[in-house]
Ligand binder design. Structure first.
Ligand code: NDP
Length: 324
Protein backbone atom coordinates (compact mmCIF):
# COMPACT_ATOMS: atom_id res chain seq x y z
CA UNK A 1 0.00 0.00 0.00
CA UNK A 2 1.14 3.57 -0.68
CA UNK A 3 0.47 6.13 2.03
CA UNK A 4 0.72 9.87 2.33
CA UNK A 5 0.21 10.06 6.08
CA UNK A 6 3.20 11.81 7.62
CA UNK A 7 2.08 10.84 11.15
CA UNK A 8 2.74 7.20 10.31
CA UNK A 9 6.49 7.08 10.55
CA UNK A 10 9.00 4.30 9.81
CA UNK A 11 10.38 2.31 12.74
CA UNK A 12 13.26 3.96 14.49
CA UNK A 13 15.02 2.02 17.21
CA UNK A 14 15.48 5.09 19.40
CA UNK A 15 11.80 5.98 19.23
CA UNK A 16 10.65 3.68 22.00
CA UNK A 17 13.30 4.97 24.41
CA UNK A 18 13.23 1.64 26.31
CA UNK A 19 16.38 -0.26 27.10
CA UNK A 20 14.44 -3.50 27.70
CA UNK A 21 12.73 -3.58 24.28
CA UNK A 22 14.13 -6.30 22.01
CA UNK A 23 14.45 -4.99 18.47
CA UNK A 24 14.45 -8.12 16.33
CA UNK A 25 17.19 -7.55 13.79
CA UNK A 26 15.93 -9.38 10.68
CA UNK A 27 18.82 -8.09 8.58
CA UNK A 28 21.39 -9.64 10.94
CA UNK A 29 19.47 -12.95 11.11
CA UNK A 30 19.19 -13.00 7.32
CA UNK A 31 22.93 -12.36 6.95
CA UNK A 32 23.64 -15.32 9.26
CA UNK A 33 21.31 -17.58 7.29
CA UNK A 34 22.84 -16.50 3.98
CA UNK A 35 26.37 -17.17 5.29
CA UNK A 36 25.34 -20.68 6.38
CA UNK A 37 23.70 -21.30 3.00
CA UNK A 38 26.82 -20.11 1.19
CA UNK A 39 28.83 -22.63 3.26
CA UNK A 40 26.46 -25.44 2.29
CA UNK A 41 26.62 -24.52 -1.41
CA UNK A 42 30.43 -24.37 -1.30
CA UNK A 43 30.45 -27.78 0.42
CA UNK A 44 28.18 -29.25 -2.28
CA UNK A 45 30.38 -27.89 -5.03
CA UNK A 46 33.60 -29.11 -3.42
CA UNK A 47 32.04 -32.59 -3.31
CA UNK A 48 31.25 -32.63 -7.02
CA UNK A 49 27.66 -31.38 -6.78
CA UNK A 50 26.06 -28.87 -9.13
CA UNK A 51 25.03 -25.39 -8.00
CA UNK A 52 21.42 -25.14 -6.90
CA UNK A 53 19.68 -23.19 -9.69
CA UNK A 54 16.73 -20.80 -9.41
CA UNK A 55 14.75 -19.52 -12.39
CA UNK A 56 13.14 -16.14 -11.73
CA UNK A 57 10.37 -15.11 -14.13
CA UNK A 58 9.16 -11.54 -14.40
CA UNK A 59 6.30 -10.69 -16.79
CA UNK A 60 6.02 -6.98 -17.55
CA UNK A 61 7.79 -3.96 -16.10
CA UNK A 62 6.12 -3.24 -12.78
CA UNK A 63 8.78 -1.13 -10.98
CA UNK A 64 8.35 -2.73 -7.53
CA UNK A 65 8.43 -6.25 -9.03
CA UNK A 66 11.57 -5.37 -10.99
CA UNK A 67 13.28 -4.25 -7.77
CA UNK A 68 12.23 -7.45 -5.94
CA UNK A 69 13.31 -9.74 -8.80
CA UNK A 70 16.72 -8.08 -9.11
CA UNK A 71 17.24 -8.31 -5.33
CA UNK A 72 16.35 -12.03 -5.37
CA UNK A 73 18.64 -12.79 -8.33
CA UNK A 74 21.54 -10.90 -6.68
CA UNK A 75 21.01 -12.73 -3.38
CA UNK A 76 21.01 -16.10 -5.16
CA UNK A 77 24.32 -15.36 -6.86
CA UNK A 78 25.89 -14.07 -3.63
CA UNK A 79 25.52 -17.48 -1.97
CA UNK A 80 27.02 -19.26 -4.99
CA UNK A 81 23.75 -20.50 -6.47
CA UNK A 82 22.83 -20.13 -10.14
CA UNK A 83 20.16 -17.58 -11.13
CA UNK A 84 18.40 -17.79 -14.49
CA UNK A 85 16.45 -14.62 -15.17
CA UNK A 86 13.51 -14.62 -17.65
CA UNK A 87 12.15 -11.13 -18.24
CA UNK A 88 9.10 -11.44 -20.50
CA UNK A 89 7.00 -8.66 -22.08
CA UNK A 90 3.69 -7.72 -20.42
CA UNK A 91 1.90 -9.06 -23.53
CA UNK A 92 3.20 -12.62 -22.96
CA UNK A 93 0.34 -15.10 -23.32
CA UNK A 94 -0.66 -17.56 -20.64
CA UNK A 95 0.19 -20.41 -23.03
CA UNK A 96 3.70 -19.05 -23.62
CA UNK A 97 4.25 -18.82 -19.86
CA UNK A 98 2.94 -22.37 -19.36
CA UNK A 99 5.33 -23.60 -22.08
CA UNK A 100 8.26 -21.92 -20.35
CA UNK A 101 7.27 -23.47 -17.01
CA UNK A 102 7.10 -26.87 -18.72
CA UNK A 103 10.66 -26.41 -20.06
CA UNK A 104 12.01 -25.24 -16.69
CA UNK A 105 10.28 -28.16 -15.00
CA UNK A 106 12.36 -30.53 -17.20
CA UNK A 107 15.62 -28.55 -16.86
CA UNK A 108 17.88 -30.38 -14.41
CA UNK A 109 20.08 -27.31 -13.83
CA UNK A 110 17.01 -25.60 -12.31
CA UNK A 111 15.83 -26.65 -8.84
CA UNK A 112 13.57 -23.72 -8.02
CA UNK A 113 11.11 -21.72 -10.13
CA UNK A 114 9.73 -18.39 -8.99
CA UNK A 115 7.09 -16.44 -10.91
CA UNK A 116 7.03 -12.88 -9.59
CA UNK A 117 3.53 -11.72 -8.65
CA UNK A 118 1.37 -9.90 -9.55
CA UNK A 119 1.00 -11.19 -13.11
CA UNK A 120 -0.74 -9.11 -15.82
CA UNK A 121 -4.53 -9.33 -15.59
CA UNK A 122 -4.93 -11.54 -18.71
CA UNK A 123 -2.95 -14.37 -17.04
CA UNK A 124 -4.63 -16.73 -14.55
CA UNK A 125 -2.31 -16.58 -11.54
CA UNK A 126 -3.69 -19.71 -9.87
CA UNK A 127 -3.21 -21.76 -13.03
CA UNK A 128 0.37 -20.52 -13.41
CA UNK A 129 1.31 -21.21 -9.78
CA UNK A 130 -0.10 -24.70 -10.02
CA UNK A 131 1.82 -25.36 -13.25
CA UNK A 132 5.12 -25.10 -11.35
CA UNK A 133 6.25 -28.62 -10.37
CA UNK A 134 5.67 -28.80 -6.58
CA UNK A 135 9.27 -30.00 -6.06
CA UNK A 136 10.53 -26.74 -7.62
CA UNK A 137 7.89 -24.44 -6.08
CA UNK A 138 10.29 -22.39 -3.93
CA UNK A 139 7.60 -19.80 -3.14
CA UNK A 140 5.54 -22.61 -1.58
CA UNK A 141 2.31 -21.37 -3.17
CA UNK A 142 1.38 -24.55 -5.12
CA UNK A 143 -1.76 -26.19 -3.81
CA UNK A 144 0.22 -29.40 -3.10
CA UNK A 145 2.69 -27.52 -0.89
CA UNK A 146 -0.15 -25.58 0.79
CA UNK A 147 -1.89 -28.89 1.49
CA UNK A 148 1.28 -30.48 2.84
CA UNK A 149 1.74 -27.53 5.20
CA UNK A 150 -1.85 -27.84 6.45
CA UNK A 151 -1.37 -31.58 6.94
CA UNK A 152 1.91 -31.05 8.83
CA UNK A 153 3.91 -32.87 6.13
CA UNK A 154 7.32 -31.75 4.84
CA UNK A 155 7.20 -29.49 1.80
CA UNK A 156 8.22 -26.07 0.55
CA UNK A 157 6.80 -23.36 2.84
CA UNK A 158 6.09 -19.74 1.74
CA UNK A 159 9.18 -17.64 2.40
CA UNK A 160 7.70 -14.77 4.44
CA UNK A 161 5.94 -16.90 7.09
CA UNK A 162 8.95 -19.21 7.17
CA UNK A 163 11.17 -16.20 7.92
CA UNK A 164 8.76 -15.06 10.67
CA UNK A 165 8.82 -18.53 12.21
CA UNK A 166 12.63 -18.53 12.27
CA UNK A 167 12.72 -15.12 13.97
CA UNK A 168 10.17 -16.32 16.56
CA UNK A 169 11.97 -19.62 17.20
CA UNK A 170 15.26 -17.83 17.63
CA UNK A 171 13.68 -15.43 20.14
CA UNK A 172 11.33 -17.72 22.07
CA UNK A 173 12.65 -21.23 21.58
CA UNK A 174 9.64 -23.29 22.66
CA UNK A 175 6.36 -21.48 21.90
CA UNK A 176 4.08 -24.16 23.34
CA UNK A 177 0.85 -22.73 24.76
CA UNK A 178 1.50 -19.13 23.72
CA UNK A 179 -1.47 -17.32 22.23
CA UNK A 180 -0.55 -16.16 18.71
CA UNK A 181 -2.79 -13.85 16.72
CA UNK A 182 -2.26 -13.62 12.97
CA UNK A 183 -3.78 -10.50 11.49
CA UNK A 184 -4.51 -11.33 7.83
CA UNK A 185 -5.60 -14.50 6.02
CA UNK A 186 -3.94 -14.32 2.61
CA UNK A 187 -2.65 -17.54 1.04
CA UNK A 188 0.82 -15.97 0.85
CA UNK A 189 1.26 -14.83 4.44
CA UNK A 190 -1.67 -15.13 6.86
CA UNK A 191 -2.83 -18.72 6.34
CA UNK A 192 0.62 -20.37 6.15
CA UNK A 193 1.74 -18.28 9.15
CA UNK A 194 -1.15 -19.60 11.22
CA UNK A 195 -0.34 -23.18 10.16
CA UNK A 196 3.31 -22.76 11.18
CA UNK A 197 2.36 -21.31 14.58
CA UNK A 198 0.00 -24.22 15.10
CA UNK A 199 2.95 -26.56 14.40
CA UNK A 200 4.78 -24.66 17.16
CA UNK A 201 1.93 -25.62 19.54
CA UNK A 202 0.67 -22.05 19.82
CA UNK A 203 -3.02 -21.40 20.36
CA UNK A 204 -3.75 -19.52 17.14
CA UNK A 205 -6.34 -16.86 16.38
CA UNK A 206 -6.68 -15.83 12.73
CA UNK A 207 -8.13 -12.33 12.32
CA UNK A 208 -9.27 -10.58 9.12
CA UNK A 209 -11.41 -7.71 7.87
CA UNK A 210 -14.62 -9.28 9.20
CA UNK A 211 -13.24 -9.98 12.70
CA UNK A 212 -15.17 -8.35 15.55
CA UNK A 213 -13.53 -6.68 18.55
CA UNK A 214 -10.07 -6.83 16.99
CA UNK A 215 -8.32 -4.63 19.60
CA UNK A 216 -9.64 -6.89 22.42
CA UNK A 217 -8.42 -10.01 20.61
CA UNK A 218 -5.02 -8.46 19.97
CA UNK A 219 -4.68 -7.59 23.67
CA UNK A 220 -4.85 -11.34 24.46
CA UNK A 221 -1.96 -12.24 22.17
CA UNK A 222 1.52 -13.17 23.39
CA UNK A 223 2.63 -13.10 19.74
CA UNK A 224 1.03 -10.84 17.15
CA UNK A 225 1.87 -11.16 13.46
CA UNK A 226 0.50 -8.25 11.42
CA UNK A 227 0.06 -8.92 7.68
CA UNK A 228 -2.76 -6.61 6.78
CA UNK A 229 -1.32 -4.16 4.23
CA UNK A 230 -2.48 -1.06 6.15
CA UNK A 231 0.13 1.38 7.43
CA UNK A 232 0.40 1.75 11.20
CA UNK A 233 -2.87 -0.19 11.63
CA UNK A 234 -1.96 -1.90 14.92
CA UNK A 235 -1.81 0.59 17.81
CA UNK A 236 -0.07 0.48 21.16
CA UNK A 237 -3.40 0.36 23.01
CA UNK A 238 -4.10 -3.04 21.34
CA UNK A 239 -0.96 -4.71 22.67
CA UNK A 240 -0.48 -6.98 25.69
CA UNK A 241 2.46 -5.77 27.76
CA UNK A 242 5.61 -7.68 26.82
CA UNK A 243 4.12 -9.27 23.66
CA UNK A 244 6.23 -10.13 20.62
CA UNK A 245 5.22 -8.20 17.50
CA UNK A 246 6.13 -9.35 13.99
CA UNK A 247 5.35 -6.64 11.45
CA UNK A 248 5.10 -8.13 7.95
CA UNK A 249 3.66 -5.00 6.34
CA UNK A 250 5.47 -3.08 3.64
CA UNK A 251 3.84 0.25 2.83
CA UNK A 252 5.48 2.95 0.73
CA UNK A 253 5.47 6.52 2.03
CA UNK A 254 4.63 9.06 -0.69
CA UNK A 255 6.18 11.45 -1.32
CA UNK A 256 9.38 9.82 -0.03
CA UNK A 257 10.83 11.65 2.98
CA UNK A 258 13.95 13.74 2.40
CA UNK A 259 15.97 11.42 4.63
CA UNK A 260 15.55 7.99 6.20
CA UNK A 261 13.42 4.98 5.27
CA UNK A 262 10.67 5.27 2.68
CA UNK A 263 8.75 2.26 4.00
CA UNK A 264 6.56 1.69 7.00
CA UNK A 265 4.89 -1.40 8.40
CA UNK A 266 1.38 -2.41 9.46
CA UNK A 267 2.26 -1.65 13.09
CA UNK A 268 2.46 1.81 14.62
CA UNK A 269 6.02 1.41 15.86
CA UNK A 270 5.96 4.55 17.96
CA UNK A 271 3.10 3.47 20.26
CA UNK A 272 3.49 -0.32 20.04
CA UNK A 273 7.18 -0.30 20.94
CA UNK A 274 6.33 1.36 24.27
CA UNK A 275 4.29 -1.72 25.33
CA UNK A 276 5.73 -4.70 23.44
CA UNK A 277 8.57 -6.89 24.68
CA UNK A 278 10.04 -7.46 21.21
CA UNK A 279 9.31 -6.07 17.76
CA UNK A 280 10.55 -6.27 14.19
CA UNK A 281 11.31 -2.91 12.57
CA UNK A 282 10.27 -1.95 9.03
CA UNK A 283 12.51 -1.91 7.10
CA UNK A 284 15.10 -4.38 8.39
CA UNK A 285 12.77 -6.92 10.02
CA UNK A 286 10.81 -9.52 8.07
CA UNK A 287 11.78 -8.32 4.56
CA UNK A 288 15.42 -9.52 4.58
CA UNK A 289 14.33 -12.87 6.05
CA UNK A 290 11.91 -13.41 3.15
CA UNK A 291 14.75 -13.31 0.63
CA UNK A 292 17.06 -15.44 2.81
CA UNK A 293 14.26 -18.04 3.08
CA UNK A 294 13.92 -18.08 -0.70
CA UNK A 295 17.58 -19.13 -0.85
CA UNK A 296 16.96 -21.69 1.87
CA UNK A 297 13.98 -23.10 -0.05
CA UNK A 298 16.12 -23.32 -3.20
CA UNK A 299 18.69 -25.38 -1.29
CA UNK A 300 15.87 -27.52 0.18
CA UNK A 301 14.44 -28.12 -3.31
CA UNK A 302 17.92 -29.07 -4.60
CA UNK A 303 18.42 -31.53 -1.74
CA UNK A 304 14.97 -33.12 -2.20
CA UNK A 305 15.47 -33.48 -5.96
CA UNK A 306 18.91 -35.07 -5.43
CA UNK A 307 17.65 -37.22 -2.51
CA UNK A 308 20.01 -35.57 -0.03
CA UNK A 309 19.04 -34.74 3.57
CA UNK A 310 17.14 -31.46 3.58
CA UNK A 311 18.73 -28.99 6.02
CA UNK A 312 16.47 -27.41 8.64
CA UNK A 313 16.75 -23.61 8.17
CA UNK A 314 16.63 -23.19 11.94
CA UNK A 315 19.77 -25.33 12.26
CA UNK A 316 21.40 -23.22 9.54
CA UNK A 317 20.42 -20.02 11.33
CA UNK A 318 21.85 -21.16 14.64
CA UNK A 319 24.99 -22.80 13.18
CA UNK A 320 28.24 -21.20 14.35
CA UNK A 321 29.17 -18.26 12.12
CA UNK A 322 31.77 -19.01 9.45
CA UNK A 323 34.28 -16.76 7.79
CA UNK A 324 32.24 -16.70 4.53
P1 NDP B 1 -3.49 -9.21 1.34
O1 NDP B 1 -4.03 -7.89 0.90
O2 NDP B 1 -3.56 -10.37 0.43
O3 NDP B 1 -4.20 -9.63 2.72
C1 NDP B 1 -4.46 -8.67 3.70
C2 NDP B 1 -5.24 -9.32 4.82
O4 NDP B 1 -5.51 -8.31 5.80
C3 NDP B 1 -6.57 -9.91 4.38
O5 NDP B 1 -6.74 -11.18 4.96
C4 NDP B 1 -7.60 -8.91 4.91
O6 NDP B 1 -8.81 -9.51 5.34
C5 NDP B 1 -6.89 -8.35 6.12
N1 NDP B 1 -7.40 -7.02 6.40
C6 NDP B 1 -7.51 -5.96 5.55
N2 NDP B 1 -8.05 -4.90 6.17
C7 NDP B 1 -8.32 -5.29 7.44
C8 NDP B 1 -8.89 -4.66 8.57
N3 NDP B 1 -9.34 -3.40 8.52
N4 NDP B 1 -9.01 -5.37 9.72
C9 NDP B 1 -8.59 -6.64 9.79
N5 NDP B 1 -8.03 -7.30 8.75
C10 NDP B 1 -7.90 -6.64 7.58
O7 NDP B 1 -2.00 -8.91 1.80
P2 NDP B 1 -0.73 -9.91 1.97
O8 NDP B 1 -1.04 -10.94 2.96
O9 NDP B 1 -0.21 -10.31 0.65
O10 NDP B 1 0.33 -8.87 2.58
C11 NDP B 1 0.10 -8.23 3.82
C12 NDP B 1 1.18 -7.19 4.03
O11 NDP B 1 2.44 -7.84 4.06
C13 NDP B 1 1.31 -6.14 2.93
O12 NDP B 1 1.71 -4.90 3.52
C14 NDP B 1 2.43 -6.66 2.06
O13 NDP B 1 3.09 -5.63 1.36
C15 NDP B 1 3.31 -7.27 3.10
N6 NDP B 1 4.19 -8.33 2.61
C16 NDP B 1 5.47 -8.29 3.05
C17 NDP B 1 6.35 -9.27 2.70
C18 NDP B 1 7.74 -9.20 3.24
O14 NDP B 1 8.62 -9.84 2.71
N7 NDP B 1 7.97 -8.46 4.34
C19 NDP B 1 5.97 -10.35 1.78
C20 NDP B 1 4.55 -10.37 1.46
C21 NDP B 1 3.71 -9.36 1.85
P3 NDP B 1 -9.85 -10.19 4.31
O15 NDP B 1 -9.26 -11.51 3.96
O16 NDP B 1 -11.09 -10.31 5.13
O17 NDP B 1 -9.97 -9.26 3.15
Amino acid sequence: MIISNSSCRPSRPGLAGRADLILIDGAAHAARLRAALADRVAHLQSHGGKSPGLAVILVGDDPASTVYVNAKARAIEHVGMYALHHHLPATTSEDALLTLLGQLGQDDTIHGILVQLPLPAHIDTVQIINAIPPAKDVDGFHVINSGRLMAGLPGLVPCTPLGCRLLLRDLHGDMTGLHALVLGRSNIVGKPMAALLLQENCTVTQAHSRTRDLPDLCRQADILVAAVGRPCFVRGAWIKRGATIIDVGINRIQPPPAAGPTLTGDVDFETVSKIAGAITPVPGGVGPMTIACLLSNTLSAYCSIHRLPVPDPLDLLTAPASAT
